[in-house]
Design a binder for this molecule. Sequence first.
Ligand code: GLU
Length: 469
Amino acid sequence: MSDRPVVTRIAPSPTGSMHIGTARTALFNWLYARHTGGKFLLRVEDTDRERSTEAAVQVIFEGLKWLGLEADEPPVFQATRAERHREVAHEMLATGGAYRDYMTPEELEAEREVARAEGRVVRSPWRDADPATWPADRPFAVRLKSPLDGETLVDDQVKGLIRFQNQNLDDLIVLRSDGTPTYNLAVVVDDHDMGITHVIRGDDHVNNTARQTLIYKALGWEAPVFAHLPLIYGPDGLKLSKRHGAQAVGEFEEMGYLPEAMRNYLAKLGWGHGDDEIFSDEQAAAWFDIKDVVSAPARLDWAKLNHLNNHYIRQAEPARLTALIAGIHETRGRQIDAAARVVLERTIPLVRDGAKTLPELADATVFVLEARPLTLPEKALGLLTDETRARLSRLRDGLGAEADWTVAALDARIRAFAEQEGVGLGKFGPALRSCLAGGSPAPDLAGALVSLGREESLSRLDDALSPAN
Ligand code: GLU
């Protein structure tokens, strides 16, 4: 196996949302493929025809695209491969790896009860029937002829050696009597045909792995390397659910997390590189090895995710953030035209340090979008005493003469003005900020002035100082 180029895959079932655990599984498969110079493939497990709507499939494509984890080849749709699955089931019949089971539903129910009473798994009386005696005209299921004793071993790359007692594994149905393939058969045939070398998936599939290992054996196919990832739990250690704030990829996107923050965060759920908290995709790919994944369950930690998201918001191109927060402002009912975009882009670097999410970044930019004249809150009007008005009006003249409309120059000018007036910044700073931003949060004075631009700043100041207020 090791001398074949690595081929990994993500094999989601379209259910209408993409669980964050699936995203993490996709990421680990993607990282491992990148690490080894191999390929990362996508298989849509759409055999549940009721749930697998076009929309549900789109959710997966969009989720992977948003996360930046696109597959290296076009997707494989499992449902289109049923004929191939049937063919393999018949091959198993021909080679003796499987048998025809003619038990009727009533007979099966009766056997179930006896098996339960005897504390053993279900066994079909047809298991050892001579194929020459198989009726030609009755419906049958195809069952895997599993070993009755001994052990099935899975050398899991994360969990270590897992042993399954064969006596506890019944003869799995691979083809139902209506001719439809079962899940485990479809997965094995598809993984084999897609050339998958490493199956990296959630812990919840461990029991399927025992089954699938037996199918590989019956077919004489080499099984892939298996690695089962610990599940992701909520911060309280309970199964991740709505209650914990979010569980679907789309919810994290809506809450304003950046995909690169999600990748960095998810990489650390079950894997890590020393104490490194922040790393690029390239670093993660260079460092990632499936053997380093830990088997302890991972817990979602909002504080860590927020910390990373803040980091990536501070790193991101302002133009990209502008497009993202313009969308947020628009869903909140504001029109964002080209001029507003220019102002937003200028404002973002001045206000983003404290933003943990995109909506928080949008909140921090609201002040530049307010239309003149601003409605000043009661508190602001209270600050505008005659003395302060006179002072702000002197400051306004100074600002009007400022040729260098930058944070450094404006900051120096405001400080020099305070000194010249013989007062602290506290004497007029809050009032100035209110004149510029109304009741909305705004950055430091010079930052607010630069965000708004000269003309808008001076006009807002004039509005506030007009006798009408
Ligand atoms: N379709 C399965 C799921 O969504 C994954 C199967 C696999 O990875 O083998 O959980």
